[in-house]
Each structure stands twice: as C-alpha cells, then as structure tokens.
Design a protein around this ligand. Structure first.
Ligand SMILES: NC(=O)c1ccc[n+]([C@@H]2O[C@H](COP(=O)([O-])OP(=O)(O)OC[C@H]3O[C@@H](n4cnc5c(N)ncnc54)[C@H](OP(=O)(O)O)[C@@H]3O)[C@@H](O)[C@H]2O)c1
Length: 261
C-alpha cells in the first residue's frame, strides 16, 4: 500500500517510522512548512511534499496534524481515489468530508519527541465510514501493531475521556506533588521510581489489585494527617480528599465526611 503522511509533528514522526519498518510504501511527507517536511522526509528516506502542491499517487492519505487543523487540511486535498484518514482520538469522520472513503487510525499512546517508538504493542484504534476505508486502515494498523480495535465515534470519545482521566490526571498529580516537595527543599524525583513501578504493577496484575495506600486500607486517621499537611495548597487538598473518599467507599470503608472538606 502506498501511504502519504500529512504532518511533520510527533505523531507523523512515530507513525512515519512505524510505516517505514512495515512492508508498506511511505511515498512522502507533506507539510505546510517545507523545511520541516524535508527534515522528516530525509529521516524517513522519502520525499518531502508541499501541502498545497500536487500529491504523489497514494492509496492512503494519513493526516497527522493538530486536531483543529484536520478539517481544513482535508478540505484542501483534491478529491481522488485515496482513503483519507486522521490520527486523532477526539475527532469524528465528518472532519474529513467531502472525501468519500474516510477513516481514523488512532495510536492510543503519548507520542513524545525522542527515539522512534516501537509501536508493536501500542493499541491502534481504527474506524471507517466504508468497507474500503476500514479494510485499508486495518491493513496498516495490523502492520504497525498486534493490538488493533475497531471502535465507532461514540466509543472512541469514551476511550479518549478514559485515557485523559487515567493517564493525564495521575501525571499531573505527580507533577503537583513534586512541586510540594521541591518547595520544601526535598528532591522531587524521590517519587518517580515508585510511580514507574506502579505502572509496571498495573500492567502485571491490573489497576484494582495494584492499588495500595491509606484509602484502600481504610486508614482515615492517616488521610487526615495528610490533609493537615496540605493546607498551603487548598486545591490539591480538596482533590486528595475527594479521590480518597472515592477509594474508601469503593473498598467498603466509611469516608468520614471527607467530601465535605
Ligand atoms: N502526540 C500524541 O501523543 C498523539 C497520540 C495520538 C494521536 N495524536 C494525534 O496526532 C495528530 C497530530 O498531533 P501531534 O502530537 O503530532 O501534534 P504536533 O507535534 O503539535 O504537530 C502538529 C502538526 O500539525 C501541523 N499543523 C498545525 N496546524 C496546521 C494547519 N493549519 N495546516 C497544516 N498543518 C498544520 C503542524 O505543522 P507546523 O509544524 O507547520 O506547525 C505539525 O506538523 C493530532 O490529531 C493528535 O490528536 C497525537
């Protein structure tokens, strides 16, 4: 399959390397910024393409640009035979109108700058408005990863929300907790090995089993001592009380009025 990747950012970088490692043919990198397109195309041993110029022949145009730019980029791509897809978990397929065969290939992982990521175990969520779009995207997704799921827009929105809750919120709470330590002259990285180990335990035994701490045990006295140390940061204190209440109640313990704090 001939694939043209549109975009020069993080998703394009990692997906581009994934496509290069597969048996598919990456025919070019298209970008509005030709210099960035050239740098990524050189890295991927393919051709740079200016976004508003003629595209090389391709079976799939994969749009990996910022969510808010997808519809505009799609609108300016001349209608043709290629399947047109984006890589966003948040966007529906109508963003790709008026292309007849539309789809999504969403890698469910944080793609950050750095070395090309091994995508083999990364969940790839796909969808398409037509049989042809679905088959095309499944063919690419299965070449990139062993974990491919087909989910419609409503399901993708739920997965996107669940990912935001379960990935972004703990990471932010870590950053905020590290600041607490730093402000007191304590090495903030003292928390990081345990955070990383928790992610590995979740992978091994599941989130509910991996959960530890005073709220799970029902040690409300310890939670109150913690809350006393958080008076300088009322927002974090309120979040700690609310989340602890959720965990206490989920484990059959009384929450001792924590949500009223
Ligand atoms: N990064 C992730 O963790 C991740 C994971 C899964 C899916 N995705 C999805 O992948 C897509 C790209 O995200 P990203 O993280 O790669 O973003 P990014 O690193 O910020 O790159 C954004 C890309 O979009 C281009 N762009 C922005 N506005 C544009 C416009 N009006 N016209 C043409 N090109 C425009 C940028 O071009 P310039 O360089 O010229 O500004 C750049 O190439 C998004 O839909 C995102 O939801 C991202």
């Amino acid at each position: 399959m001939k694939i043209l990747l549109i975009g020069t950012g993080r998703a394009a970088f990692h997906l581009g390397h994934g496509i290069r490692r597969s048996h598919h043919d990456l025919v070019g990198i298209a970008g509005r910024n030709m210099e960035r397109a050239r740098v990524l195309a050189t890295d991927l041993n393919t051709e740079p393409v200016q976004l508003n110029e003629a595209f090389p022949d391709a079976d799939l145009l994969l749009i990996a640009v910022s969510d808010d730019a997808i519809a505009d980029v799609a609108l300016h791509i001349p209608l043709g035979d290629a399947v047109v897809a984006h890589t966003s978990g948040a966007g529906d397929l109508d963003k790709l109108l008026p292309h007849p065969d539309r789809g999504v290939l969403w890698p469910l992982i944080s793609l950050s700058p750095g070395e090309p990521m091994d995508l083999a175990q990364v969940p790839m969520v796909i969808d398409g408005n037509s049989e042809r779009a679905r088959i095309t995207l499944k063919e690419l997704a299965t070449a990139l990863s062993t974990r491919v799921s087909e989910l419609d827009h409503g399901q993708r929105e739920l997965v996107h929300a669940a990912a935001a809750i379960s990935l972004n919120l703990p990471t932010y709470l870590l950053a905020r907790s590290q600041k607490l330590l730093k402000d007191q002259g304590i090495d903030p990285d003292i928390l990081v090995p345990a955070f990383a180990a928790m992610a590995r335990r979740v992978e091994a035994i599941g989130a509910l089993e991996a959960l530890t701490g005073p709220a799970r045990r029902g040690d409300v006295g310890t939670i109150h001592h913690h809350l006393d140390r958080l008076t300088e940061d009322p927002e974090l204190r309120a979040a700690y009380a609310r989340l602890s209440s959720m965990i206490l109640r989920a484990h059959g313990h009384p929450d001792d009025g924590l949500t009223d704090l």
